[in-house]
Design a protein around this ligand. Structure first.
Ligand code: ADP
Length: 219
């Protein structure tokens, strides 16, 4: 079942933006921070915001964190506190625990403790921005394995009006256009007869090498 209730521990830049986005999406969010000003800032924006030290097991129990579907440890300034909090959330029975890591070693420790998902926001964002900087039409990408990815890119003017069969991306680059997103709606699994227009966004799947070649031509 999809998680509905989230507890976000640490309301710094990462934790607070994640908590606000979850609220915007209609979920219930309890925010916890040990700094009064962080809690005050968020108190009218989240379902609840509580000032507490998340490394205190008794406090976490009294907040009823075990009833939450997902706990996010967004403590980025202190590895020891992040690790202690993650252990407590797991021990208290939070169904899914996600934690932000500030270094590879920190990430390894969190994984060993059984944290369900470890994220490296700064590292991942750095990688993402680097890709976007060198590929102007690239909007987003997902690595599906070491060798394959899915990218979302703007349709450049040189492809305006061209059908998928004319572009022939499968034969030329070994990659497939799996969706076309345009103002009038999204075309999922387009056929060879569908055309691309400037202003559309295309979603492409393929090998890293094939997609990189395709991107180079798509400027
Ligand atoms: P960011 O890079 O996302 O801004 P920060 O390290 O600045 O991350 O923020 C981490 C937040 O976690 C801070 O607001 C800090 O007060 C909070 N925090 C750190 N330790 C604890 C703790 N033991 N209990 C609750 N909140 C904590």
């Amino acid at each position: 079942m999809k998680p509905q209730q989230f507890v976000v521990i640490g309301l710094g830049r990462f934790g607070s933006s994640l908590a606000l986005e979850l609220m915007d999406m209609g979920y219930e969010v309890l925010g916890v921070d040990h700094l009064e000003e962080r809690v005050e800032e968020m108190s009218d924006k989240l379902t609840h915001a509580v000032m507490a030290d998340a490394t205190d097991e008794g406090i976490l129990r009294s907040l009823g964190v075990r009833n939450f579907d997902c706990g996010i440890v967004a403590i980025g300034d202190n590895m020891e506190r992040s690790i202690l909090t993650a252990i407590l959330l797991k021990e208290l029975g939070v169904k899914q625990v996600v934690a932000k890591a500030i270094s590879i070693l920190h990430g390894r420790a969190l994984t060993k403790l059984g944290v369900d998902r470890v994220i490296f926001p700064e590292r991942d964002m750095g990688v993402r921005v680097a890709h976007q900087l060198v590929t102007p039409n690239l909007l987003d990408y997902i690595e599906i394995s070491k060798d394959y990815k899915i990218v979302e890119m703007n349709v450049p003017s040189c492809m305006d009006g061209k059908s998928l069969s004319q572009l022939n991306t499968r034969a030329k680059y070994g990659c497939s256009i799996i969706a076309i997103n345009r103002e009038s709606g999204i075309i999922v699994a387009p056929t060879a007869l569908d055309s691309l227009y400037e202003g559309d966004i295309m979603v492409v799947i393929g090998s890293n090498e094939g997609i990189d070649q395709f991107e180079e031509e798509a400027v």
